[in-house]
Design a protein around this ligand. Structure first.
Ligand SMILES: Nc1ncnc2c1ncn2[C@@H]1O[C@H](COP(=O)(O)OP(=O)(O)OP(=O)(O)O)[C@@H](O)[C@H]1O
Length: 637
């Protein structure tokens, strides 16, 4: 059954904190040395501004004390016992460190980012590969989440780590500045804090609104991306051109972009209207503090060094508090996104694994479908309604029925891409739920209706049917011969090494546009069949419309060949071509998810039911066409 993952909600502090720890843990795993160096640099960069301020104060005080008469020196102040040139050297040295550090930090950050990307993508796609069934991939809510998780995998851990380290740095800056100021004057410290409060609230308001906006605009962003991708999609080009859909899609994309822009503009205006007055208030408090400070200095209460420390501290603390809050914003947004990654990478397969899996030996007696009911979603319509069926070992079964009757669904259940909602399917008496799904699939070969066309070489396109023999050229060639595609492949520019793609090129001369070839639908279908033939010797062969894209002669040839291939093998064939199914040992007619008729061709024809009706319609068409063309030939002749 399709599970509906809950949409990650904005907020939830506990969740955010645990995700933050997870992001940090990932950063650590990606490179413990780089992470430690990053932390070390962060601490140093956080403390340097206050240290420079303190040394500057001492330097100015030293100059003031040595050039002013003692009665002009504020009471209780004594000159620092450090040589001015030493202080100049210290300030200069810190300046050099400050200038060089961002480059070092950037290098370490990039290194960590690369490491984190590797770890995170491995985990995400490892988890996705572990989803044994299909349900999630057919669920729009999950796909949406998966796209966000993918986005998060490349960005969120790095952004979270940067934000957290940024907050650490800003906190150290604020605390160290306040420490310096506290030594000079508690009142000045209070003034500095008050002056920074507006900056804090400005940034907090901005952060909240931005996070909310990002969240509310994310569906629009995804739709915008979807339209973009559709317009660039090779498979869609033909229809988009013919139906003139380009402007329609462009219009839809423009509509989303405009709506996104409007949302952002609204926030920007809000920020502007709140930021101006608050920033002004902060500047006023700072200016008031400075006026008081200067008059107190003129009255002999403070030194010039104190004034310089005050000015630097007010600016530094305001900037650092701004940095803290914007770091928190970035971190918050990154953690929201990271939530999707965490959710997806923590998901287990939707097909419950057997506690004590039974082996899947070679098929000996047969596969049995026992009163199977199935629907794709809990509230969806029943697609299969009590199907009972036996596929005896070594026999061929054909499934016939109108579109939507449930044929492909039944095949998906045989491959355990879904579990039946009710009933069970057994393999020599063992419930498919009780075996390891990979073992089961190892025993099956298939050509699906919507087969894949891989952007790989011809040999690889066939060889991936059995990865263990991907490089076994004789075996690949044998499979190609079975599918009657060998001559076609050898006729390609590079034979089996020809890229069946116009997207990627490979090899040294990757500039050569002739290296890749585009195949026709029928040619691809033969390649897909050859891929299935790579799995020769498997116990069950599933052929879901294997000849839909072939010309009449090729179709006839393929079915003749498949008939030989299937003789003695256990197989399931789905086809709307009645001429192809008539030779099956057993034919089952599905209607609205129920088996309404079964038997061999002659039995079903005799009974005069749906099968006979469908067969007669097609036969009549052929006969009429043949009659007409012979009549035409006779007339023209
Ligand atoms: N992933 C899915 N989610 C929900 N419903 C689905 C899904 N796949 C198929 N269905 C529905 O299940 C029903 C049976 O589909 P199925 O593909 O099994 O039919 P079919 O007999 O193979 O048809 P066709 O001959 O057109 O290939 C259809 O009504 C279809 O809409």
């Amino acid at each position: 059954m399709v599970d509906q993952p809950e949409v990650t909600k904005v907020g939830g502090w506990r969740g955010l904190v645990s995700r933050a720890f997870r992001a940090l843990a990932l950063t650590w795993q990606a490179g413990p040395i780089a992470a430690t160096s990053y932390l070390f640099l962060t601490i140093i960069q956080g403390a340097i501004p206050a240290a420079v301020t303190l040394f500057t104060k001492w330097l100015l005080d030293g100059i003031q004390f040595s050039t002013t008469s003692p009665e002009n020196i504020p009471a209780g102040q004594s000159p620092p016992d450090i040589h001015p040139m030493l202080l100049v050297a210290a300030i200069g040295g810190l300046g050099v460190i400050v200038a060089g550090m961002p480059y070092l930090t950037n290098y370490i950050q990039s290194r960590l980012k690369r490491g984190v990307t590797l770890v995170v993508q491995d985990r995400l796609f490892g988890a996705v590969n572990g989803f044994d069934g299909m349900a999630r991939f057919e669920n729009p809510a999950f796909l949406d989440r998966l796209r966000m998780a993918q986005q998060a995998a490349t960005m969120a851990p790095d952004q979270t780590a940067t934000a957290i380290f940024g907050i650490i740095q800003s906190t150290i800056t604020v605390v160290s500045f306040l420490g310096v100021l506290l030594v000079i004057s508690p009142i000045m410290t209070a003034v500095t804090v008050v002056a920074a409060i507006p900056a804090f609230f400005i940034q907090l308001a901005i952060s909240r609104q931005q996070a909310g906006m990002m969240w509310s605009l994310s569906p629009r962003n995804r739709r915008q991306l979807f339209y973009q991708m559709l317009m660039l999609d090779m498979a869609a080009v033909k229809e988009i051109r013919l139906f003139g859909l380009g402007d329609f899609l462009l219009g839809r994309m423009r509509r989303e972009t405009k709506a996104i822009n409007e949302g952002e503009e609204k926030i920007d205006r809000k920020v502007l209207s709140s930021q101006g007055p608050l920033a002004g208030a902060g500047a006023l408090v700072a200016a008031g503090g400075l006026v008081w400070m200067i008059s107190a200095t003129l009255a002999g209460q403070f030194t010039i060094g104190d004034v310089s420390a005050f000015i630097a501290a007010v600016a530094g603390v305001q900037a650092a508090i701004g940095g803290m809050v914007s770091g928190a914003t970035q971190g918050y947004q990154a953690l929201l996104l990271f939530g999707h990654y965490v959710d997806v990478s923590d998901m287990k397969s939707e097909l419950p694994a057997a506690a004590d899996p039974k082996p899947v030996p070679s098929l000996a007696t047969g596969i049995r479908v026992e009163d199977v009911w199935f629907r794709y979603t809990e509230d969806g319509p029943w697609v299969l309604r009590g199907v009972d069926l036996i596929i005896p070992f070594g026999r061929s079964l054909a499934l016939v029925g109108l579109n939507g009757a449930g044929k492909s669904t039944l095949v998906k259940l045989l491959c355990r891409l879904y579990d039946p909602t009710r009933g069970r399917i057994t393999w020599d008496g063992v419930d498919l739920r009780d075996v390891e799904v990979s073992r089961l699939r190892d025993r099956i070969s298939a050509v699906f209706q919507d087969y894949m066309s891989y952007d790989l070489s011809a040999a690889e396109n066939i060889g991936v049917g059995d990865l263990a023999h991907l490089d076994d050229r004789p075996r690949v060639v044998a499979a190609a011969k079975e599918a009657d595609v060998h001559e076609f492949v050898t006729g390609l520019g590079r034979g089996y090494d020809t890229m069946l793609s116009r997207i990627f090129f490979q090899g040294e001369d990757n500039e050569d546009p002739d290296e890749g070839v585009t195949l026709s639908g029928g040619q691809w279908q033969r390649i897909a069949l050859a891929r299935a033939m790579m799995r020769a010797g498997r116990d069950l062969l599933i052929l879901d419309e294997p000849s839909a894209g072939l010309d009449a002669a090729a179709e006839q040839a393929m079915h003749d060949q498949l008939r030989q291939y299937r003789s003695g093998a256990t197989s399931v064939l789905i086809s709307h071509r009645m001429g192809a199914v008539r030779h099956a040992d057993h034919i089952v007619v599905l209607q609205d998810g129920r088996i309404t008729e079964e038997g061999d061709h002659s039995e079903l024809m005799r009974s005069g039911g749906e099968y006979a009706r469908l067969f007669s319609i097609q036969a009549a068409n052929y006969v009429t066409d043949v009659d007409t063309s012979s009549a035409e030939a006779a007339t023209t002749g």
